[in-house]
Design a protein around this ligand. Sequence first.
Ligand SMILES: Cc1cc2nc3c(=O)[nH]c(=O)nc-3n(C[C@H](O)[C@H](O)[C@H](O)COP(=O)(O)OP(=O)(O)OC[C@H]3O[C@@H](n4cnc5c(N)ncnc54)[C@H](O)[C@@H]3O)c2cc1C
Length: 443
Amino acid sequence: MYGICVKSSSRALTNNIRREFSTTATKDAKHYPLVIIGGGAGGCSVASRAARALGAGKVAVVEPAKNHYYQPMWTLVGAGIKTVDQSAMPMESILPKQCDLHKYKAVEFDPQNNTVTLSNGEQLAYDYMVVGMGIQINYDKIKGLVEALQQDPMVVSNYNKDYVLKTFPAIKSFKGGNAIFTFPNTPIKCAGAPQKIMYLAEDYWRKHGVRDKVNISYNTSLPVIFGVKKYAARLMEIVKKRNINVNFRQNLVQVDHHNRKAVFQLLDSEKGETETYDYDFLHVSPPMSAPEPLKNSKASMVDAAGFLDVHKETLQHKTFPNIFGIGDCTNVPTSKTAAAVACQNRILFKNLQSVMSGQAPKSLYDGYTSCPLITSYSKCILAEFDFDGQPLETFPFDQGKERRSMYHMKKDCMPQLYWSMMMKGRWAGPKIFRKSMHLGMSR
Ligand SMILES: Cc1cc2nc3c(=O)[nH]c(=O)nc-3n(C[C@H](O)[C@H](O)[C@H](O)COP(=O)(O)OP(=O)(O)OC[C@H]3O[C@@H](n4cnc5c(N)ncnc54)[C@H](O)[C@@H]3O)c2cc1C
């Protein structure tokens, strides 16, 4: 019933949108009521909801990748707890069958004419578009890093499906020396991941009798260890107890793997000074940026930093009301995580349905995001917070404490939730559980 309602109002709105936005007719473009750019966490969860409501042949997904990866698992892959294969599913098996999959990149947007051009030259026309292209990883922005990742077995990174395969062998074979973990001077996805792998490595080295021979440094561009005060205070206690050096406002700019040296820019130095460290093990969290194709838009769709410019609560584009954005490619001011996407996908889809029916978007996102800060092979702090960095915890106990239960939540429950609920468009985040566990007293 609801689906039929959406289908007919979608037709009516198609005409409105064409009248309001189109300046030139685009010939030969295949037309869809809804085009979704990206089949990752955001794109796939919205595609599942949309396919159910709109039916077969109405939704196109543009996605070049062969596999869909559950990237939050890569921290566990780097620690030898899971394999990269466990984090992957063939893209065609995860996207709903009712969607038309276009296995190309989106390369150019023309939001005034409601079209997008793909890397094979094909054009798609849409009534509505959802953009969920993720964030772009830029290993090449650090001098010498790509070569080091390819040639030095002790230079590793959990932020890529191939490089993450190097991490655990390097941790296992490490016999002592300087181990450095970095955090870049850019927005990143999962701001906790650069330090989670450090705690796991430290735990591994301690249990395997090499900890006394290792100096561990966390060199971060940030002035704090974590953006939320409550969890930052707990993490500072942990690094102190475990003898980990934290060097704030240091940004990796060069790796010389022949001499095993890593050069850091001192961000607070007015003279632009650098500091060079000898490394024996180096885990790099790379610089990231908004996806390049978003900048190749015939009319600007992005903010000054290049991220899709959406209203932070409704997720509707600020200039083009028939465009919505989800996840890491948007300028929604919250920590970029799959947990944030879990909440956003339902809010986005409800608002999309409202707009399709000629109404204003009413569902509002509160910025909910979460970071399971794994601190060892058996403990985890489950950070959950909102736009203002205020804790928004699901369970009725102090989640700032390291807990075994939260470790199993991250390792065993969350992957299940992701594959069997979120990717099917049936998971909207933990709000319902939070409310019931706090007897209705929580937001
Ligand atoms: C090491 C690591 C650890 C993490 N840990 C956690 C965690 O513990 N908890 C958590 O909640 N989150 C975690 N995350 C973050 C989480 O994976 C992302 O925030 C989430 O996947 C964002 O979803 P998205 O849909 O915005 O982007 P993605 O899931 O990255 O999907 C983007 C999709 O867009 C496609 N795409 C890119 N360019 C184009 C183009 N031009 N045209 C068409 N398609 C395109 C890509 O191929 C991709 O499939 C982690 C990430 C990493 C790397």
